[in-house]
Design a protein around this ligand. Sequence first.
Ligand code: FAD
Length: 458
Amino acid sequence: MKYDIAIIGAGPGGIYAAYELVKNNNSLKIAIIDCGHELSKRKCPIDNDKVKSCINCKTCSIMNGFGGAGAFSDGKYNITNDFGGSLYEYIGKDKALKLMEYIDEINMSYAGQDIKMYSTANSDLKKICMQNGLQLLNASVRHLGTDINYVVLENLYNVLKEHVDFYFDTKIEDIKVNDDSYSLIYENGQIDCEYCIVSVGRSGSKWSEAICKKLGIETRSNRVDIGVRVELPAAIFSHITDQLYESKIVYRTAKFEDNVRTFCMNPNGLVVNENTNGIVTVNGHSFEDPSKKTENTNFALLVSKKFSVPFKDSTGYAESIARLSNMLGGGVIVQRFGDLERGRRSTEERIAASTVRLTLNATPGDLSLVLPKRILDGIVEMIYALDKIAPGTANDDTLLYGVEVKFYNMQVDVDNNLETKYKKLYMIGDGSGVTHSLSHASASGVYVADNILKEIAK
Ligand SMILES: Cc1cc2nc3c(=O)[nH]c(=O)nc-3n(C[C@H](O)[C@H](O)[C@H](O)COP(=O)(O)OP(=O)(O)OC[C@H]3O[C@@H](n4cnc5c(N)ncnc54)[C@H](O)[C@@H]3O)c2cc1C
């Protein structure tokens, strides 16, 4: 089959690129190929009853398929250049913000219209944070929630499937460069295209690294974030989450002068497993539907690490730490903050006696046997700093799940059009290392689609 444009990856980057192309030129022949299932067939087998932990499915229903890693995400679309990616370095801050606002408009018109927009502008929490050695980053956020986010994706799929050929359960193994086209090779065939957009996300990181190596596209090591997911009674953070929903707060540790930051805050949410290339780590999300809300709030506390000389493999470093936690806990480990501070492991009995109810079935254990001292010391310092603005954060019963790792793909060498050294071959979204959030990945898709439309119109 020969297409004008083929998109590898049906995550937010690929979906919004296709949406923009279809909206502006519905005579284009477009294909989207994804190794995961279509949306309605995506179902993680963990039911906390018969299947309690990750069984390493061939493709992970949490990470792969229509909607990508975003399908069961919390659906928090942050409009900001302060975090979520470095798209602005390629396309400028104004353009990046405008595209993120445009994505928000699309989401509003496909089911998110009743969702409130939160903003840090004029928040008194900024001052309170500053007075306590913390920094609150600027952002506006629309929290679709896992449920509304799913409906938006369903609606977008219904529009796209009328104009786009979808190839699900199809893993692209190789990209071949021809004189005036690309051939995308999969197990049972090949798809040819004039333009190719690669948007394979974090789950496609190993594959895209190999493709870049084969095609001689330069890559640079990116940072990795390592830490824990904190879970505590929602009431402790409600004065912050009611006002901002999600707050990105940064703390510079006194001991090592490392930055520790809050990430992915889920008021009344759930802690969940995440499987990246067979390594089980922890994440979180929440629902907009009041009947699905829990009594807890969860958020990550992360420390960034980047290695250069002689060791460059930041991802490998974090993977080793995550593997260690998987080895000791058979998956994710949970520990009460009080047990960590007393230098003892958590046990089933201590967890059962805790006033905070777990929302993820994790193995009670000792995170100090897993996390390097420098990272753990930073997290403990941050918990005490947060305790000043949200008293109760440092309670004994606060739960810490580990490890949480944010793997960032290696930074692919692309120009300001997000085009590789090969004409008409683009790398976007989290897979390019340029973005690491829903709104940035989606914006990168629209940006490339607009550039392709301009080129075709010439
Ligand atoms: C549990 C969870 C919660 C999250 N919550 C939030 C949030 O609230 N807000 C936020 O901003 N971000 C959140 N994120 C991150 C967000 O989901 C990602 O930043 C975003 O999905 C990146 O979009 P993408 O299109 O670049 O890649 P992805 O969404 O990862 O999509 C890539 C797609 O490519 C496919 N693919 C990979 N390799 C191949 C191949 N070789 N052949 C064919 N297909 C391939 C994959 O199957 C996948 O479907 C969350 C992530 C998780 C896992």
